[in-house]
Design a protein. Structure first.
Length: 254
């Protein structure tokens, strides 16, 4: 896993399709570092080659099972859960560039982002029941929230591959582009967000995180509090003045 910073965007690139112990640790450390980096205003998470992420490195998993099964299965609680929570907690927009196959925990991690760009023809699958496991990485919850309980049950109980075009139709990805354009398209989207009203994006993420479970009264109260805070930001003042002056606003993220 590598990190590159440019144009206020931190790009995290998975260099292997399988999530080994080392890769999980590196990715979590990178996400935690970004959370404390005020210079980062958007994140791009992507992969290389023909796969974005196919979940657990099965070769490593089998070796671990043969040595200590209980310790092997504790990685969900010890490593995957902290990673998904850290991604979800990022206060800046996260764009996921799905350059190829996306399966199992890889799909859960992709759905932890805010916006997803996928390569045409990329294959998706939940995978878990195919190897005798239930889902992890909050995949079940994300699928229910995104595609509904009925289709989520279908996708998890019958882990059949489906293409990026179907993922777009179901709302799992937001754009499908030719494979060679995934990185450029995803980076352009992340860069656009990085030059937008960062505090407003943070507030949107906050509301979206609780919108499905909060009562109407709780949602209204949260929106009112966030609007009061945003009304005092430099970006809001700039946007209003730009509107009156009939020019494009220049957001600074403050």
């Amino acid at each position: 896993m590598t990190r590159e910073d440019a144009d206020d965007v931190a790009t995290l690139t998975l260099r292997r399709p399988g999530l080994s112990h080392a890769t999980r640790g590196d990715l979590l450390a990178a996400v935690q570092a970004i959370a404390d980096d005020e210079n980062v205003r958007a994140v791009l998470l992507t992969g290389t080659g023909r796969a974005f992420c196919v979940g657990q490195d099965l070769a490593e998993h089998v070796e671990s099972l043969r040595g200590d099964a209980a310790r092997s299965l504790s990685v969900v609680e010890d490593e995957y859960n902290p990673l998904v929570l850290a991604l979800a907690a990022l206060r800046v927009p996260v764009v996921v560039g799905i350059n190829g196959a996306c399966a199992g925990a890889g799909l859960g991690i992709a759905l932890a982002g805010d916006l997803r760009v996928a390569a045409a023809g990329a294959k998706f699958t939940t995978a878990f029941t195919g190897i005798g496991l239930s889902s992890d990485s909050a995949l079940a919850a994300r699928l229910v929230h995104t595609v509904g309980a009925s289709r989520a049950a279908q996708l998890l109980l019958l882990p059949e591959p489906f293409p990026a075009e179907k993922a777009e139709e179901w709302g799992l990805v937001h754009r499908v582009v030719p494979p060679e354009q995934v990185h450029a398209e995803a980076f352009a989207l992340a860069s656009r967000l990085a030059h937008g009203p960062t505090a407003a994006y943070r507030a949107v993420k906050t509301v979206l995180a609780t919108a499905a479970t909060d009562t109407l009264e709780e949602t209204l109260a949260l929106e009112a509090r966030l609007q009061t805070e945003l009304g005092q930001t430099a970006d809001h003042t700039e946007a209003v003045e730009a509107f009156l002056a009939k020019r494009a606003p220049e957001f600074t993220g403050r």
